[in-house]
Design a protein around this ligand. Structure first.
Ligand code: ZN
Length: 264
């Protein structure tokens, strides 16, 4: 099988029970990402939620209708999380920063779409806050996060107005460099995303960036390089449901009757 390009985070790979990928260009054309998700990654599209992304700070808990199911409802937002084993969440990007989060001891995982607008709107911190609201603030220290392929400081040019907004983000001024003509700056959005994760309370040893700059690498879609013809790449994280697959008769408590696995 010809695979799409994708990269993975070693830190997230070490989290038990979750599977993730930051996908890139798919050499197999004409197949929907729906089919590829199932065929390449064995992830059911009917269990993977995505949102209509609007460059906001809006975070949502995944609902069944966010998935590829009949009667799907496209909700707006830029971060989605789930705490249901056997479901996953994803975001689509083409230069903006995709961020995936998981926890080794809790069933939660999250996907964030963070461009400069989302960053200024605080989407990264809001995502961590939403998880803390559900699982308690002690959950934050255990989170593991990875920022995937996105436009790097090498290529991401912005004007003075955007630069001054990004300067208001945690650590923002450290990742802006003056380039060429007056009023032009290069921003390292991915580093700013990592700073937002640190500021939200995740320790630096549990956070990493993976993959190349999307503008530099032909293996990933880039809005800046491809202009209006741009495809979007899916980054997803999926929590396996091991509760049924690994239940053996020995796992039953003695007085619990055996269940017929194939009821009429
Ligand atoms: Zn670049």
């Amino acid at each position: 099988m010809i695979l799409p390009y994708f990269v993975q985070s070693p830190l997230l790979r070490a989290v038990p029970g979750v599977y993730h990928a930051f996908t890139g260009v798919d050499p197999v054309r004409g197949r929907g990402s729906r089919d590829r998700l199932r065929q390449v990654f064995s992830v059911p599209p009917s269990r993977l939620g995505t949102l209509r992304q609007v460059h906001s700070g809006t975070v949502r808990e995944m609902a069944e209708t966010d998935c590829d199911v009949p009667g799907r409802r496209w909700r707006e937002g830029d971060a989605l999380w789930t705490a249901v084993p056997g479901t996953g969440v994803g975001v689509r990007t083409a230069d903006c920063v995709p961020i995936l989060l998981a926890h080794p001891d809790l069933p939660v995982c999250a996907a964030v779409h963070a461009g400069w607008r989302g960053m200024v709107a605080g989407v990264v911190g809001e995502t961590v806050r939403a998880i803390a609201e559900r699982f308690g603030s002690s959950a934050v220290g255990g989170l593991v996060a990875a920022a995937g392929p996105s436009a790097g400081g090498c290529c991401y040019e912005i004007g003075e107005e955007v630069a001054s907004l990004l300067r208001g983000c945690p650590g923002g001024d450290r990742h802006l460099a003056r380039k060429g003509e007056e009023g032009k700056w290069h921003a390292d959005l991915r580093q700013i995303a990592l700073e937002a994760l640190f500021a939200a309370g995740i320790s630096p040893g549990r956070v990493e960036a993976v993959g190349p700059c999307t503008v530099c690498s032909p293996r990933f879609h880039s809005f800046r390089r491809e202009k209006s013809l741009t495809g979007r790449q899916l980054s997803f994280i999926y929590k396996w449901d091991f509760s049924r697959e690994f239940t053996t008769p020995q796992d039953r408590t003695p007085d619990e009757p055996a269940k017929n696995p194939h009821p009429d």
